[in-house]
Design a protein around this ligand. Structure first.
Ligand SMILES: Cc1cc2nc3c(=O)[nH]c(=O)nc-3n(C[C@H](O)[C@H](O)[C@H](O)COP(=O)(O)O)c2cc1C
Length: 342
């Protein structure tokens, strides 16, 4: 099976992409969305969200990352897609699934699924603007209020020239409430020729196998399941059983170092707590850890707590090259590995 890491604006930025792809079992990533309104974004805006662009559009462990665009104006989407392609993105992914009110109010994300013809115009404009060897893909939900236009939207995406289609098996109205309607992915697959990637509610190896059986998809995309269980991709690939908490601890250190190098101090604690919040779904130890730091906002306290977790690993953010102390996002590509005990 081919496993894609889902885009997740907020928790799953380049730092967590780096950590999760270090573990293995992930064949490709899609970046969190880059919002396109009515202007051509400067290169720095793309590089801020997809810093992998400076490294052949791959994570440090070599996994390709496709930049994702979200917007509703075909001309503007096309111009920005061409720019993203020029910057070396491993592909262009188009977002037809975002449920956020602010995005939908401006006609973007899942709101577009009410108008398959417009979806096709966007995909066609982007495909025409992006050089041929660079793949264009799309990610859709089943619909906005309901799923009656799901097949029409998938066909529009195909007619527009997208090479791949990820389907998150829920409508915007379903939000993130289980279940995911995998059977609808099977229906949609029967109406298109492009490869379909199944997404939604894959939390375990058993879920992955059931999803494959129900949808017929050999390619799956995992989001929250991978954030909650960093070894999920590998486990699905049959390479390893779920990784232990002891194996997660060095990942927490690695993550913390990336955060300290790239995120302003006042937001660092929040990032660590956000990941722990997902991890506690898999690890009872993460539940204890989350409870220990839940009300901590000082990044130095987070670091002391992290260093107390295991004597083998120590992070000293102040000693890390490229550590971000200013109030601006530094955008420094991480340089250092975990430091030895001092
Ligand atoms: C916090 C969060 C942020 C997300 N951000 C994006 C995004 O930027 N682009 C996108 O296409 N989907 C986004 N999604 C949707 C996920 O990619 C995925 O479709 C959804 O979480 C279902 O998959 P899962 O059950 O494996 O998590 C986001 C989901 C969450 C929970």
């Amino acid at each position: 099976m081919t496993i894609l890491l889902a885009p997740m604006e907020g928790p799953l930025d380049f730092a967590l992409r780096d950590i999760l792809t270090r573990v293995g079992g992930i064949d490709r990533c899609v970046s969190e969305f880059i919002r396109i309104t009515d202007t051509l974004l400067p290169a720095r805006a793309f590089k801020r969200i997809v810093p992998e662009l400076a490294h052949g559009s791959r994570t440090p462990s070599g996994v390709p990352v496709r930049g994702q665009l979200l917007g509703s104006d075909p001309v503007c989407m096309a111009e920005n897609a061409a720019k993203l392609a020029e910057l070396g993105s491993a592909g262009i992914d188009l977002n037809f699934g975002c449920p956020a009110k602010v995005v939908n109010r401006h006609g973007g994300g899942a709101a577009l699924l009410q108008d398959p013809e417009h979806v096709e115009r966007i995909v066609a404009a982007v495909r025409a603007a992006v050089p041929r060897p660079i793949p264009v893909s799309a990610k859709m939900r089943l619909g906005f209020h309901d799923d009656t236009l799901a097949e029409a939207c998938a066909q529009a995406i195909e007619a527009g020239g997208a090479e791949e289609l990820v389907i998150h098996a829920r409508t915007k109205a379903h939000g993130y409430r289980p279940p995911a309607y995998w059977d609808r992915i099977a229906d949609i697959r029967a109406h298109v020729r492009v490869p379909v990637i199944a997404n939604g509610e894959i939390w375990s190896v058993a879920d992955a196998h059931r999803c494959r059986d129900v949808t017929g998809c050999e390619m799956l995309m995992i989001g929250r399941g991978a954030v909650a269980n960093p070894g999920l991709g590998q486990a699905i690939a049959g390479e390893q059983a779920v990784i232990t908490w002891a194996e997660v601890i060095p990942l927490l250190h690695g993550f913390w170092q990336l955060i300290c190098a790239n995120v302003v101090p006042k937001h660092r604690a929040g990032r660590m707590k956000q990941w722990l919040n997902y991890l506690r779904r898999t690890y009872p130890e993460a539940e204890d850890a989350y409870m220990a730091v839940r009300i901590v906002n000082d990044s130095r306290q987070i670091e002391s707590w992290l260093n107390s977790l295991s004597p083998e690993f120590r992070t000293d953010a102040a000693r890390l090259p490229g550590t971000c102390s200013s109030d601006a996002h530094c955008g420094v590509w991480p340089a250092e590995a975990i430091q030895s005990p001092s």
